[in-house]
Design a protein around this ligand. Structure first.
Ligand code: PEP
Ligand code: MG
Length: 325
């Protein structure tokens, strides 16, 4: 089976009824680019830029960040690279930035909330990204967006930095896509409104599921509530995809659910455009997508969205797609 997947390394990801899907990689450090070359990925769907911040005594400089982003962009041969701005804070202490102690760090001061409250941390990152943009096809996304105002403010700051760079005669690409992580239920509820302003959504299923079920994703006592196949998750994902498509925007998923083979037929059938995952899962998911027909999956989607439990959905998937496990 592994050998058969290997043959798919340079292939496209296309369902049997001819729909093309992007299967791309999540990367955490520039060292991951070595694995990337072997993975068969059609681009990078998530750069977790936190690696530049954690275990450092100081915040990374604009120059250090520029070098890192340039390495990702030049390593992918014209394919798209989606970089997420710093998703730090809460439970992660960062050198060079004193963050308050919090009783509920996952509901606290993290990610874009820090970036907007202390723009001096976000601006150098955006400048580095804008300067790197001329080396490839860059997309930027903001993590933990809860309200439309947050997204608009983040985008405004980005536009301000772009303007400043142009005034300094620093070249900046004109085709940078700007999107957001969709990982907070309020954003899912408002997806149709967000969809007018974003270029794309990337569904962070890890956090989205944690917040949908109000169950800490790292707490074993409540891990039974972490259910990727639950109809509550599927309905939320469907709503987000439909809202984006109604505005002509694309949707990726970069949480763990994107590499769960039991979820693949459901995500395909609901029209997800891009699956972003660890490099080691890419060929497996590609081979699965290449064996399925999105039209034939519609009865499964219809039933799964009306099911009452994750277990019921799992049984439906196995009934409609016996080769999946
Ligand atoms: C997610 O929440 O699904 C995600 C991809 O982000 P992270 O796991 O880095 O929080
Ligand atoms: Mg997340």
């Amino acid at each position: 089976e592994q050998a058969a997947w290997g043959a798919l390394r340079n292939e496209q990801t296309v369902s049997t009824d001819g729909r093309h899907f992007q299967v791309v990689a999540n990367v955490g450090t520039t060292a991951d680019m070595t694995d990337y070359q072997q993975s068969g990925a059609e681009g990078i769907g998530l750069v977790r830029s936190e690696f530049l911040y954690v275990n450092q005594s100081k915040l990374p400089t604009e120059e250090q960040q520029l070098q890192a982003y340039k390495r990702f962009l030049t390593g992918v041969h014209e394919q798209r690279v989606v970089v997420r701005t710093m998703d730090i804070g809460g439970d992660k202490q960062i050198g060079g930035l004193s963050l308050p102690h919090e009783d509920n760090p996952f509901l606290g001061f993290r990610a874009i909330r820090i970036g907007l409250a202390r723009p001096e941390t976000l601006r150098p990152q955006l400048r580095a990204l804008l300067r790197a943009s001329v080396y490839g096809r860059l997309a930027i996304m903001f993590p933990m967006i809860a309200t439309v105002e947050e997204f608009k403010r983040a985008r405004e700051i980005l536009d301000e930095e772009k303007r400043k760079l142009r005034e300094e005669n620093v070249p900046v690409a004109s085709n940078i896509e700007v999107g957001m992580m969709l990982e907070i239920p309020s954003a899912a509820v408002m997806a149709d409104v967000f969809a007018r302003d974003v270029d794309f959504f990337s569904i962070g299923s890890n956090d989205l599921i944690q917040y949908l079920f109000a169950a800490d994703r790292g707490n074993r006592n409540v891990s039974y509530l972490y259910q990727e196949l639950h109809p509550a998750v599927l309905r939320t994902v469907k709503k987000v995809i439909d809202a984006a498509h109604a505005e002509g925007k694309w949707v990726s998923m970069c949480g763990e659910m994107a590499s769960n083979p039991l979820a693949t037929p459901l995500l395909m059938g609901m029209g997800l455009d891009e699956f972003s995952m660890n490099g080691s899962s890419i060929l497996h998911i590609r081979s699965l997508i290449n064996s399925l027909n999105t039209r034939q999956l519609q009865p499964l989607i219809h039933k799964a969205l009306r099911a009452s439990s994750a277990q019921e959905v799992q049984q439906l998937v196995k009934r409609y797609v016996p080769k999946v496990d």
